[in-house]
Design a protein around this ligand. Structure first.
Ligand code: GTP
Length: 595
């Protein structure tokens, strides 16, 4: 145990975590240089493409320090706010953290939020200033920021580059010297903290854990405390580049278990594994059920694909327990599913995987948050879909989720950012100077305002020099009304949104204008109306057009004509027939594109 070091790397997105992890693997000879595929740890295609670590992973390295061999378990953490619960669990499995800060960018919002999580878990923090090779690096300035943030001596900050390899051995030495060895009692009843799981189509669910107390052996009969389910440990092992089976995993070490688990719902990140015969009295503290907060309808373009879509969502859920779905139907879109996501990025990833891995053509509706709707008798119901809202006369009040957000930026952008947040119904809590001209602004804001075009606006008004982080704080009563959109007099339920009463008229007008842009002209006039209850608050008309694209092919050869028709058909993909009107997918997301 004394020669084990469990650590993670925490950083703001793009500060170079994966690149540095690759260097650690290379310098400890865990992978040979020639095999080193860029970013070994990001093994999902999608992850590599987007350069985002979506799921946490773990890998074991060996390192010789002053003649002694040490085992270093690197537990990779996802960097995005949507996955912050997974970050918190993987952090809890470690004793130390490398805090990576980009030498050109300095401290950003997630640097701080991840750091707080690490401090809460009593981790030893090793500050690393990365990308020191960049010509735009501002090492002295960023060092000031780090000293101010951590209160550490300047000399403790390691200057490194994942690109050139500078500082990598220094980091490895610091991990051995500073990160404490894991504690725990090998004789105590078994407690393993699950910090991640993956789905493997041959082996089922593989759970990753850290042994906090006791020893787990192959063949043991074990129980997962939160789910109450029992399994036989068919295989246990350690994680190198591949899985490496072992007969036992001892206190302090990190490993995996394969036990015939079929779905990710049976394995909850944060759950505790113990022995059935000699169970631990309690679970490791901190388990929390993650609840999706952002919802959207997902509908097959072709209604015949409904069952296929269900099968695809079920498969996706096998390795993504935080994805939820329930069948729903929409007058406009037919049968589909209401899916729950942790956040917007999570939603995008699911959408993309449906397309890429399952070849599903789907229409996604505007995301909304989860509302608590109270009737006059004080009963509360959770509503995940604006069109599921009860009659206004039956509603006493509606509560919506609020986030506590922090924005870090340069003083130059304070004005525009405050205007943006105010427009999003933000409540300014405080403003703090980090160092020099960098400032952290704290806000309470409705989550519903963030899921709609907040990131993009923040990015553009700050020219990219603002970072943002948040967590769900509470639910608060809000004056929300349901805004409906009608196409040629027919309400399109999939376009309904909940909006604050003060913004509703402007919002309705902008929706109509945007839809006019997005819906192609057809062979008849189309009226677009926005309504609150029975009251129409805005209207636009799309004028008719008549066109016959094959006309110009008369006399031409038949294959050319066929090609044109094929092309038209392609264009119809991602179109949905609403009454007589054909509506493209982008129109269903119109609200995200309002200027
Ligand atoms: P997420 O997983 O998305 O949070 O990103 P990350 O923190 O893992 O960052 P990643 O390693 O993907 O690096 C982000 C970008 O910075 C990539 O384009 C890297 O090539 C580049 N980069 C990483 N480390 C260095 C470095 O030391 N120097 C320079 N010049 N570029 C680097």
């Amino acid at each position: 145990m004394k020669n084990i070091r469990n650590f993670c790397i925490i950083a703001h997105i793009d500060h170079g975590k994966s690149t540095l992890a690759d260097r650690l693997l290379e310098y400890t000879k865990t992978v040979e240089g020639k095999d080193l595929q860029a970013q070994v740890l990001d093994d999902m295609d999608l992850e590599r493409e987007r350069g985002i670590t979506i799921k946490s992973h773990a890998i074991q390295m060996k390192y010789n320090y002053k003649g002694e061999e040490y085992i270093l378990n690197l537990i990779d953490t996802p960097g995005h706010v949507d996955f912050s619960y997974e970050v918190s669990r993987s952090i809890a499995a470690c004793e130390g953290a490398l805090l990576i800060i980009d030498a050109a960018q300095g401290i950003q919002a997630q640097t701080i939020s991840n750091l707080y999580m690490a401090i809460e878990n009593d981790l030893e923090i090793i500050p690393v200033m990365n990308k020191i090779d960049l010509p735009s690096a501002m090492p002295d300035e960023v060092e000031d920021q780090i000293v101010e943030l951590l209160g550490c001596p300047r000399e403790d900050i390691i200057r490194a580059s994942g690109k050139t390899g500078e500082g990598v051995f220094e980091i490895l030495d610091a991990i051995i010297e500073k990160v404490p060895a894991p504690k725990g009692d090998p004789e105590a009843p078994l407690q393993c903290l699950i910090f991640d799981s993956v789905f493997n189509s041959f082996r089922g669910i593989i759970a990753y854990f850290k042994v906090v107390n006791g020893v787990i052996r192959k063949g043991d009969h074990v129980k997962f405390i939160a789910t109450g389910k029992e399994y036989d440990a068919d295989e246990v092992g350690i994680l190198k580049l591949d899985m490496s089976p072992r007969s036992e995993i001892r206190t302090g070490d990190v490993g995996y278990i394969i036990s015939g688990i079929k779905t990710s719902r049976e394995v909850r990140v944060g759950d505790t594994i113990t022995h059935v015969a000699r169970p631990a009295k309690e679970a490791i503290a901190g388990f929390e059920e993650v609840k999706p907060m952002v919802f959207a309808g997902v509908y097959p373009i072709d209604s015949e694909d409904f069952e296929n879509l269900r099968a695809s969502l079920e498969k996706l859920q096998l390795n993504d327990a935080s994805l939820t779905f329930q069948p729903e139907s929409s007058a406009a879109l037919g049968f589909g599913f209401r899916c729950g996501f942790l956040g917007l990025l999570h939603m995008e990833i699911v959408q993309e995987r449906l397309d890429r891995e399952f070849n599903m053509d789907v229409i996604t509706t505007v995301p909304n948050v989860s509302y608590k709707v109270y009737d006059k008798k004080g009963n509360c119901m959770e509503v995940h879909n604006p069109s599921g809202l009860p009659e206004p006369t039956l509603i006493d009040h509606i509560d919506e989720p609020y986030i506590r957000a922090s924005v870090i930026t340069n003083t130059t952008f304070i004005g525009p950012i405050m205007t943006l947040c105010l427009g999003k119904r933000g409540i300014l809590l405080k403003q703090e100077y980090i160092s020099g001209d960098r400032v952290e602004i704290h806000y309470d804001m409705p989550l519903g305002e963030i899921v709609i075009d907040f990131y993009d606006k923040l990015k553009s008004i700050s020219k990219g020099y603002a970072s943002f982080d948040y967590h769900i704080h509470d639910f608060r009563p809000s004056k929300l009304v349901k805004l409906d959109i009608l196409l040629n007099g027919e309400p399109v339920d999939a376009l309904s949104t909940l909006t604050h009463v003060d913004n509703s008229v402007t919002f309705g007008r902008r929706m109509c204008e945007k839809l006019k842009e997005l819906i192609p002209r057809q062979q008849f006039d189309i009226a677009i109306q926005a309504a609150i209850g029975a009251k129409i608050i805005a209207r636009e008309t799309i004028k008719a057009v008549r066109k016959d694209v094959t006309a110009k092919c008369y006399g031409g050869d038949i294959s050319r004509k066929r090609k044109l028709l094929e092309k038209q058909k392609e264009g119809k993909k991602r179109m949905k027939q609403i009454g007589t009107v054909e509506v493209p997918q982008k129109a269903f997301l119109a609200v995200l594109k309002l200027d």
